[in-house]
Design a protein around this ligand. Structure first.
Ligand code: HEC
Ligand code: HEC
Length: 266
């Protein structure tokens, strides 16, 4: 690792394993041996806000949020792809291109799953409740405001950052598992509770509009199982993929455990 060396250029002074600075800041032989103090220039997604955004940035380094492609092109001076390419240059000292590209496919899929299935719907519910005056203007005096904060700020960031830096335990158990539980067992039931009381206490029209938003989300294919339950066909597909992954003994544990308890001694 050559950690006590004064100069620390990847590819010249070391190539054993990376530290934070190797990936985010250090010089390497492919980037003209330039150190950066702006870790953002190698990062393609921002995982900080409730919904992750692609890091197309303007002349002042701010994220371009325009959705119109022509406006985006005009404002963007450094694209998310350019930032990702700089990061891939680092990876490429130690891994093949296929390995690195496969990593980014997994990472993108996790961020998109988080964004589309949980974060955007959660944000939509919170915005609707606020717009319909079903929440007080004061932040964090209502349970659902804490629920939403935990969802994106704690569990949501853990899962996204876990996936971005090869930490499966944070991606899944301390991440998406908790995101899903927080969303399905807390955020949505708490939103329904709010509209139920609003209906009973004279805010029926506002509650009906909020319920329409919640129902619209629950009708989407990725959420439909929640109220309908999984059909036989879906259960078979789950058992099949469990069997592929864990062998036939794992399949019988589908939905009940992680398959470990059913595994036979060697
Ligand atoms: C093997 C390379 C590698 C190492 C080592 C590494 N990172 Fe990362 N880091 C990444 C990648 C890749 C991303 C996601 C980049 C993207 O979004 O395109 C990331 C993302 C991040 C983010 C998220 C930024 C955001 O909001 O999206 C933070 C914070 C971060 N790293 C900090 C650290 C710290 C602190 C360490 C050391 C403890 C570290 N990284 C070590 C590769 C690395
Ligand atoms: C300086 C060398 C070096 C750099 C740079 C580097 N890696 Fe690695 N990477 C390693 C080593 C060493 C391992 C561990 C291999 C092992 O345990 O068999 C590893 C492991 C991994 C793994 C497997 C993790 C697991 O849980 O099995 C992934 C995925 C990975 N790297 C992706 C990346 C990506 C993406 C980048 C660039 C953002 C990167 N690496 C940059 C050296 C590097």
């Amino acid at each position: 690792m050559n950690l006590s060396a004064e100069r620390w250029v990847l590819g010249e002074d070391y190539a054993a394993a990376p530290t934070c600075v190797t990936c985010h800041m250090s010089a390497n032989t492919r980037n003209g041996r330039k150190i950066t103090h702006d870790p953002g220039i190698r990062i393609s997604w921002t995982n900080r806000p409730p919904v992750s955004l692609l890091m197309d940035t303007d002349a002042s380094g701010k994220i371009v949020t325009a959705t119109d492609p022509a406006v985006r092109r005009e404002k963007t001076v450094d694209t998310w792809e350019q930032k990702r390419t700089r990061m891939k240059e680092v990876c490429s000292y130690c891994h093949t291109a296929d390995y690195v590209n496969a990593f980014y496919v997994q990472y993108d899929n996790l961020v998109l799953l988080y964004n589309e299935k949980f974060a955007k719907p959660g944000q939509e519910i919170m915005k609707t409740l606020a717009a319909e005056k079903l929440l007080t203007p004061t932040q964090y005096d209502e349970e659902i405001e804490w629920t939403w904060f935990y969802l994106w700020h704690h569990e949501g960031r853990r899962s996204r950052m876990g996936a971005s830096m090869m930490a499966p335990d944070y991606t899944q158990w301390h991440g998406m598992f908790e995101v899903a539980e927080r969303s399905d067992m807390e955020l949505i039931p708490q939103a329904c509770e709010i509209t139920k009381y609003a209906t009973a206490y004279g805010q029926g029209e506002a509650a009906a509009r909020a319920n329409a938003v919640i129902d619209g989300i629950l009708l989407r294919p990725e959420h439909a199982w929640f109220e309908k339950g999984a059909g036989e066909e879906q259960m078979q597909a789950i058992r099949r993929s469990m069997a592929e992954r864990y062998g036939s003994s794992g399949a019988s544990a589908a939905g009940h455990g992680d398959g470990e308890t059913e595994r036979k001694a060697p």
